[in-house]
Design a protein around this ligand. Structure first.
Ligand SMILES: [Zn+2]
Length: 274
């Protein structure tokens, strides 16, 4: 029995609800209130708040935090979520992380807590014009994604990127690792930690890709796919190590928020330089 499975057997954790049958039908959130909480917590704890204007749409926000002491070697970590409007656990996880304010001392952090505010307002995957923003990062038309990329090009490169998502079809948490240089992997540690609070999807195939122990390591060349998710843009232009973490949204919302919070904490704790 591998470690994730044995932890699952021991843990008294939530069961799949089986109520999301053709789309996500679970809890919704007031994204404007959640974002307002995020900004308030960020300001309280000394983060910089940058508004990213989006023409004819609600603004995006980037929250940045520098190390607690002067250093030229700070690890730069980027975390984003809320790109799919039917995935409420991501913004809630970011809010909890900001409110708890436990971050590595020697890291610079770059957070974007909601990339698709109109989608969250409508509880639908796409934005209010029907665009799946997580397919827009090569041939970009959506104003939210154009604004996000315009912000990204003015940022330094990142040592680690985390994109927080949910999947209403999955039997548990899973993670995509993009690690073309075979750097030390954080995936096993992330899965082992999340297994304490949320079931892991142990399927051998997830989203039509081979998976092992909740980890998908797609062997993809971004140039081979025309519809880039955010992670492909990040891998091509900003980072060499990216994790897309997926909470199972056919489970209770608190379980999914706990899964994403735990995944971020585990990745930060295991990252070599933090
Ligand atoms: Zn998603």
């Amino acid at each position: 029995m591998d470690s994730a499975t044995s932890k699952q057997a021991k843990a008294q954790i939530a069961q799949r609800l089986r109520k999301n049958v053709s789309s996500y039908l679970g809890e919704t959130i007031n994204i404007d209130a959640v974002l307002s909480d995020c900004l308030a917590a960020a300001r309280t704890h000394g983060w910089s708040v940058e508004e990213i204007p989006v023409p004819s749409k609600p603004s995006l926000f980037a929250l940045t935090r520098s190390p607690s002491y002067i250093t030229n070697h700070a690890t730069r970590i980027y975390i984003s979520t809320g790109i799919h409007g039917d995935e409420p656990a991501g913004p809630l996880a970011i809010r909890q992380l900001l409110q708890e304010n436990q971050w590595p001392d020697n890291a610079s952090l770059f957070l974007v807590p909601c990339l698709n505010p109109t989608g969250l307002r409508l509880n639908r995957r796409e934005n209010d014009q029907g665009a799946d923003l997580n397919r827009e990062y090569l041939n970009t038309k959506a104003p939210e994604t154009l604004a996000h990329i315009n912000w990204l090009v003015h940022q330094p490169s990142f040592d680690l990127c985390l994109c927080l998502h949910e999947d209403w079809e999955s039997d548990g948490f899973y993670v995509y690792e993009l690690n073309p240089e075979n750097r030390p992997s954080l995936a096993d540690h992330v899965v082992a930690q999340v297994a304490e609070v949320c079931p892991i999807d142990l399927s051998e195939m997830i989203e039509d890709r081979p998976a092992h122990n909740g980890i998908i390591r797609p062997n993809v060349d971004p140039r081979s796919r025309p519809q880039w998710p955010e992670a492909f843009y990040l891998l091509t232009h900003k980072t060499r190590l990216s994790y897309t973490v997926e909470a199972p949204s056919d489970f209770p919302l608190p379980t999914r928020v706990a899964a994403l919070v735990t995944a971020v904490r585990a990745a930060l704790a295991a990252f070599p330089a933090t």
